[in-house]
Design a protein. Sequence first.
Length: 236
Amino acid sequence: MSQPAAKKVKPQRSLVARIVFFCLHPVMLVIIAAAVAAVVFAAPFRLLITPAALPEFTGPEQEAFWTLQKKLVDLEISETTAVTLTHSEFNAFLSGYQLPPEKGFCLQRLRFSADKDGATLYVTGSGFFMRSLIFQLGISAAASQIRVNRLQINSLVLDADTMVAKHILQYLKDLAMKNAEGFVARIIEGKCRIEFGADLVVLKGEFMAVRPKPEAEEMPTVENESPEAATGLTGN
């Protein structure tokens, strides 16, 4: 009688091999990646959802709205292309800026502050499931060009030269271009310039929408009539 073939015994894996196989399993890769991401991004995410403490802005006060309106009217009458504003007047000017809700963000207001170290534009609104979403743009003006040196989203500070920051700045730029007549879009397009200092802000160029001048109304032509024709009397 023939004897049955002996069953092949698989070699036992070592403990190290078992651990490697366990870690390389697709499901475990997802779990490990999620755990690493949670550890790495926990602190930035916590800063992202934490509202930042805003500074005390200069105005706008009611008087700043009056003086701003007077300067803009004088500017239109004189047909000059530059106006000098105080920080309170500039914040009053920013109060008139509007932007429709777009791409998950709803703008509430723009504010500006400046000191000897530079200027900061505060884009305050809500979106992306956050009731308070504030973008802080640290800006500088050199050679008539605006440059963003620092970006902060709520309490999260980002280097403006990183890929993530550049993507966010492009997102904000696309939002600003939705209001093509706004002064922010005009700055982006190079139609106007802004210069700021510790006390004053200077706007130059086409920073306001040009209002078409009303056309002169043509008066109807009336033929002269003789006194006799007007009274219906004729001579014999």
